[in-house]
Design a protein around this ligand. Structure first.
Ligand SMILES: [Zn+2]
Ligand SMILES: [Zn+2]
Length: 223
């Protein structure tokens, strides 16, 4: 079976994302996905809760802020500590039975692992729909994946519902999380996708700004 999966999505459990659990499932279905990986910044409680409460297939994951840049861990049941070096972070993910992905290895303003991507990773996120500049990041992501000889995957890095599925990975597997993870580690997958359209990006920036402003206003008024 060929599955269409967005392997990098942030929900409102990440402070910088607008996506509620309901929106996550709504847009994933709307955009024809078979599963999504929830990869909030340095926490996994939201991903585990959503996976339990919805019948839509969710891969619980985390995006860890290592000392050398962001690392995505997929198929985990507990958080991975932040501020370890990149190799320690990858080892911890493996110890817990997870798959380590060098996410957006080359992108500006994203805390990327860059030259610290190494063959201990299981996969490189060759396409990250929110990476800037997009073409440059895909080109160098491809280069890193082929140099290391590891799997190539894609994800949207969505922080706003309509961005979900802008990039996705086609995976040859059954729908069980364990089967998906095994297929990803064997390279039975292919990255696809495009950059998030500028209008969508601007809308998201506006909504994030608006939310910050209204939270500050509520605080000021003691609500
Ligand atoms: Zn990141
Ligand atoms: Zn991310």
């Amino acid at each position: 079976m060929q599955l269409k999966i967005d392997l990098h999505v942030h929900t409102c459990y990440s402070n910088d994302s607008l996506i509620t659990p309901e929106e996550l499932v709504f847009y994933a279905r709307k955009h024809g996905l078979d599963a999504v990986a929830v990869t909030d910044h340095d926490r996994i409680d939201g991903a585990l809760k959503i996976a339990k409460e919805t019948d839509f297939p969710i891969i619980p994951g985390i995006e860890v802020s290592s000392l050398n840049g962001h690392v995505v861990g997929l198929n985990l049941q507990e958080p991975i500590p932040k501020k370890l070096n990149v190799s320690e972070t990858v080892d911890k993910i493996h110890e817990k039975g997870g798959l380590a992905v060098a996410c957006h290895p080359v992108a500006f303003m994203k805390g990327s692992v860059g030259r610290n991507a190494n063959a201990r990773f299981d996969a490189v996120e060759v396409i990250n729909a929110s990476a800037i500049p997009f073409g440059y990041s895909v080109k160098y992501g491809e280069k890193i994946a082929s140099t290391l000889g590891i799997s190539r995957v894609a994800g949207s890095d969505a922080h706003y519902g309509p961005e979900i599925g802008c990039a996705y990975t086609l995976v040859d597997a059954g729908l069980q999380v364990e089967e998906i993870i095994k297929a990803l580690s064997k390279g039975l997958c292919q990255p696809f996708g495009k950059a998030i359209p500028l209008a969508t990006r601007l809308k998201r920036e506006f909504l994030v700004f608006e939310r910050k402003f209204s939270l500050r206003d509520q605080k000021r008024r003691g609500i």
